[in-house]
Design a protein around this ligand. Structure first.
Ligand code: WTA
Length: 666
């Protein structure tokens, strides 16, 4: 069925670039790159430094567990640090850090690290991990830090000695942390006494202490002092990071380990349709190769650029495009702590002006957040330095695209929406301003990058025509694809490679227009994207049912003007328990403490039954349809039709209450 998606398929914008190429021409080049994708990616891998060349470009003897550049040896830290510290870039600034400004307008703390500085610091931390904590190849450490320079330094130091790290987003709550530490079998955890966020203090060490109460493998805890250091320390287990580091000789040097291409660099947990978060294991050689390619093609990174990715390093975007990608390319990157709207909604515009940002990577939620405050706070600052910009994490609505392109980019910048996932390692669908740039369209993701054979299939695996919605798949392996799910290779096969045999199934709906542009429409499974952050409805439901009054819960995502999507819950209480606002509050604090504030429920509806299939599976699709007011569709497998009416009634009743309250308040 052809669908009119009311997307601006025909609205074409030509950026100022001498690399503009017609989509048909692009497709021809792209076809060539895909036809012989092994040779193609081999050519890219040759552009980075290896200690030893690979024996095989792609070992696909055990699909879908692919080994890229098998037999090759390299070190990710060497690529990001040593190579530059030993070159003309030694005194070039690698990282500019800006802390959260004080509410009273006091001086903003900043730090600049050259590649030479980074080399010194990374070596000392590697020395500490190796010689004080006796960590080496294959050991795992957990990192729960805010956006401070110690975070990338520790990641690089771990990579230097083959220690696998798992970064836990500093917005996560205790249960989410415990789960990750236990599954990864982390021996050491590095955290901070606290962090600043929008003028408030986040007590990271306190949250970590709660998480550690149930952790089974952690022996040691290192605490970075970001605040006043007034926290409880557990004897024998906890030490101050700066005190231990002070004992390391100033000129300590640790040789980078010669890692095999397929050796894991890190594990990053991400949410899926069902079950606990899955630890995606990223390799070294393939991962660094896709980052090298995309830093150049997608970001067109140049030696004189100031580059800023406003993500948090706790998510994959920060791993790939704050730490490893830009540093490998020797770029000068900005890292900031805080919030886009604190102390005022012009914080980001002010950063762009003060540092002269040329290349900017952010999220649709951030853009919509700016839009909400009007143009004035952007216009107060000079944003002319921006040449190129991309967004990531969720579909960008055409209005937000047009606003940013016009108000911040003065209608001259190149602007795209890069599609990728934690699992993919790097960007796979995007405009390529650094290589061959097809004209832009507000809201599209552009075309698959070179070497990536993407397609859109229907339920039966048939390729969809232009204008027909289907499931996004990638038909060939690529460097950067996750090696496996930690501790659960079967799951890796099942989740990504079983729906369409031989293809990577992304879990996203997509549609293509007649020029071949991809438009990613959103998740086709039970994953929701709240402000671009990936959350599984199952995890939220598991947290809710921990409340002693709750019997069952179903969480769905509903559209939100700024955050894209927000979670709402439909809850069945235990017999004898009564719905109340205080119960709503208790349930929400449970979510905040266990998963984190990002997962806060927008609304909670109490019902006595939920729409389920005859095999007792909750039909979230039906609930979502009721809440979004769209047709409910096929309900032949529904067990109890009356449950739909109940969900509807609970929803309308609560909405009614809400509008009454709002009327009273105003
Ligand atoms: C969504 C983030 C539309 C998508 C790097 C994907 C996007 C999920 C885009 C992965 C985009 C990411 N346009 N949707 N430009 N980028 N997504 O693992 O649903 O946090 O499956 O990785 O984000 O989220 P993850």
């Amino acid at each position: 069925m052809a669908v009119n998606w009311s997307l601006p398929f025909e609205e074409v914008i030509y950026p100022e670039s001498d690399r503009i190429i017609d989509p048909k021409e692009y497709s021809k080049l792209h076809d060539l790159s895909v036809k012989n994708y092994r040779k193609f990616w081999e050519g890219i891998a040759k552009e980075i430094d290896w200690y030893e060349p690979w024996k095989k470009v792609l070992d696909d003897s055990n699909p879908p567990f692919y080994k890229w550049f098998a037999g090759g040896k390299l070190n990710a830290c060497y690529l990001c640090v040593d190579r530059h510290a030993n070159s003309w870039r030694k005194n070039k600034v690698a990282l500019i850090w800006e802390g959260e400004p004080y509410a009273d307008g006091g001086p903003v703390e900043t730090r600049k690290l050259t590649f030479g500085d980074l080399y010194g610091e990374v070596n000392r931390v590697a020395y500490m991990l190796k010689n004080v904590y006796k960590l080496g190849r294959g050991d795992v450490i957990g990192i729960y830090l805010p956006m401070v320079t110690e975070l990338p330094i520790i990641m690089l130091a771990a990579a230097r000695i083959g220690v696998v790290f798992t970064v836990i987003f500093s917005g996560f709550g205790a249960d989410a942390i415990t789960e990750r530490l236990n599954d990864s079998r982390a021996k050491l955890v590095i955290t901070a006494d606290g962090a600043w966020r929008a003028g408030k203090i986040i007590p990271l060490k306190g949250i970590m202490d709660k998480a550690l109460a149930k952790a089974t493998t952690v022996r040691d805890v290192l605490v970075v002092k970001r605040l006043d250091g007034k926290i409880g320390m557990t004897r024998k287990r906890d030490s101050w990071y700066h005190e231990i580091l002070a004992k390391v000789p100033a000129n300590a040097r640790i040789e980078p380990e010669r890692m095999r291409s397929e050796d894991p660099l890190y594990i990053l947990y991400t949410s899926g349709t069902t079950g606990k978060p899955k630890g995606q294991v990223h390799d070294t050689g393939g991962y660094m190769t896709i980052l090298h390619a995309t830093m150049n093609w997608v970001f067109d990174i140049r030696p004189e650029d100031t580059y800023w990715c406003s993500a948090d390093i706790g998510w994959v975007t920060g791993h790939s495009y704050i730490v490893f990608g830009p540093l490998m390319e020797g770029a000068t990157g900005i890292m900031y702590e805080g919030s886009p709207i604190f102390p005022g909604p012009d914080r980001w515009a002010s950063i762009i002006e003060r540092y002269g940002v040329n290349v900017f990577y952010t999220s649709p939620t951030a853009i919509r957040g700016w839009m909400k405050f009007g143009d004035e706070h952007v216009k107060k600052h000079n944003t002319d330095s921006i040449r190129l910009m991309h967004s990531v994490g969720e579909p960008i609505n055409p209005e937000a695209f047009r606003w940013f392109h016009g108000v911040v980019g003065k209608n001259k910048i190149t602007f795209g929406s890069t599609w990728w996932m934690t699992e993919t390692g790097g960007i796979l669908i995007s405009h390529l301003p650094g290589k061959a740039l097809v004209p832009m369209k507000p809201g599209t993701n552009g075309l698959p990058i070179m070497g990536i054979d993407a397609d859109i299939l229907d339920e039966d695996g048939k390729s969809q025509k232009a204008g027909e919605r289907g499931f996004l798949v990638i038909k060939n392996p690529w460097p950067g694809l996750s090696l496996t799910i930690h501790n659960n290779p079967e799951r890796f096969k099942e989740v990504y490679f079983s729906k369409f045999p031989g293809c990577y199934y992304a879990g996203d709906y997509a549609v293509r227009d007649k020029d071949g542009y991809f438009w990613i429409l959103g998740r086709s499974d039970e994953v929701i994207k709240v402000a671009g952050h990936r959350l599984g409805t199952y995890e939220l439901e598991s947290a809710i049912v921990q409340h002693s009054c709750v019997s069952e819960a179903a969480v769905v995502g509903v559209a939100d003007e700024v955050k894209g999507e927000v979670p709402v819950a439909f809850i069945i209480l235990k017999v004898g328990k009564k719905p109340s606002d205080s119960l709503r509050k208790e349930i929400n604090s449970l979510i905040r403490e266990n998963i984190g504030p990002i997962a806060s429920l927008k609304d909670i509806y109490f019902v006595t039954r939920l729409p389920k299939t005859r095999s007792a599976k909750i039909m979230r699709r039906v609930i979502r349809a009721v809440v979004s007011g769209v047709p409910i569709g096929d309900i032949t497998s529904l067990e109890d039709e009356a449950s739909i009416n109940e969900v509807k009634a609970a929803y309308l009743e609560f909405r009614g209450e809400l509008s009454l309250k709002t009327a009273q308040q105003s």
